[in-house]
Design a protein around this ligand. Structure first.
Ligand code: A3P
Length: 302
């Protein structure tokens, strides 16, 4: 938490986002001013809400179910991050240039909140898929991510408290989600829930297929659902991020053991029940009931 900083809008300090301190205003300006194309596809999420899963679904649907490329090119290359080159570092000098040179249609993912996104998103209006997940499962998933990815040494309770107090990077989660929920009916926005993908993947695949103006047969959809299942994604080397995890952990002097942690970890709805203490559960319960949600009819799914 020590090297994080709150970035807020100058004219509205209530709109803030917690970011790594290395992330400069200049980086954010570059993002704000970047050129957007009509055929870009964005996946936008608060961390640990199903980003990787949704990216693979969207990429496959938008690329004629190209299993060959999907099995040979890493998802992080097919669907790069907007704000960094795969690991927590400040925007590399040529990042926006790199994204500019991607073959179109570009597939880009980001955890940035609405107010830090490129201005042209709202004028050019490319397709945006937003995915959310209940904050308890997301927080637990992130706790494990932090322990094994970022070598977090603190306690689970401290982590959950920091999460509930909006001190984690990309926090606040509630506003992140609500800002997109408010615009979910715009024709270029698709708002999904991790829990719906878990309960009825085919239904969410069909929804996304329609949103991307694609049409596939029942057999093709069945095959895609198998490809997107937890077990296949966990085994899928271009998607499961094990290599990225290993290279990052090694670079910060840690040791990565895939028997202890994998990025594609449990993939459950309600897994938090086995991991949170009564106190931690209460903190997150409280967090997930943001008073503003009622005004807009939003509720997390469990
Ligand atoms: P858990 O840590 O709870 O297992 P993100 O990609 O946003 O970082 O989200 C990662 C979470 O999505 C992890 O949650 C991961 O297991 C889960 N996930 C990824 N692919 C999945 C799939 N096919 N089915 C279910 N969960 C999946």
């Amino acid at each position: 938490i020590a090297d994080l900083v709150k970035i807020s809008l100058k004219d509205d300090p209530s709109k803030f986002c917690v970011m790594p301190r290395k992330f400069t205003e200049k980086d954010l300006e570059k993002i704000k001013n970047m050129e957007i194309f009509e055929d870009d596809i964005f996946v936008i999420t608060f961390p640990k809400c199903g980003t990787t899963w949704t990216e693979e679904m969207a990429w496959m649907l938008n690329n004629d179910l190209d299993y060959e490329t999907s099995m040979n090119v890493k998802l992080t290359e097919r669907f790069p991050f907007l704000e960094w080159g795969g690991i927590i570092q400040h925007l590399d000098v040529d990042r926006i240039e790199t994204l500019k040179k991607l073959p179109r249609p570009r597939h880009i993912n980001t955890h940035l909140p609405i107010f830090l996104l490129p201005d042209q998103l709202w004028t050019v209006k490319p397709k945006i898929i937003y995915v959310t997940r209940n904050p308890k499962d997301a927080a637990v998933s992130w706790f494990h991510h932090h322990r094994h990815f970022h070598q977090y040494q603190g306690t689970k309770e401290d982590f959950m408290e920091a999460f509930s107090k909006d001190l984690m990077f990309f926090s606040p989660m509630n506003r992140h989600v609500l800002d997109f929920f408010k615009i979910r009916d715009e024709p270029n926005i698709l708002f999904l829930f991790f829990e719906d993908m878990k309960r009825n993947l085919e239904q969410e695949v069909r929804k996304t297929m329609k949103f991307l103006n694609k049409n596939y047969s029942q057999d093709q959809i069945d095959k895609l659902c198998i490809h997107l299942s937890f077990d296949s994604i966990k085994k899928n080397k271009t998607v499961n991020k094990n290599e990225e995890l290993e290279s990052f952990v090694t670079s910060v002097g840690g040791k990565y053991d895939p028997n202890v942690y994998t990025f594609i970890r449990k993939g459950q709805v309600g897994g938090y029940k086995e991991e949170l203490s009564i106190k931690e559960n209460e903190m997150l319960d409280q967090y997930g009931k943001d008073p503003e949600f009622k005004d807009f009819g939003f509720e997390y799914k469990f």
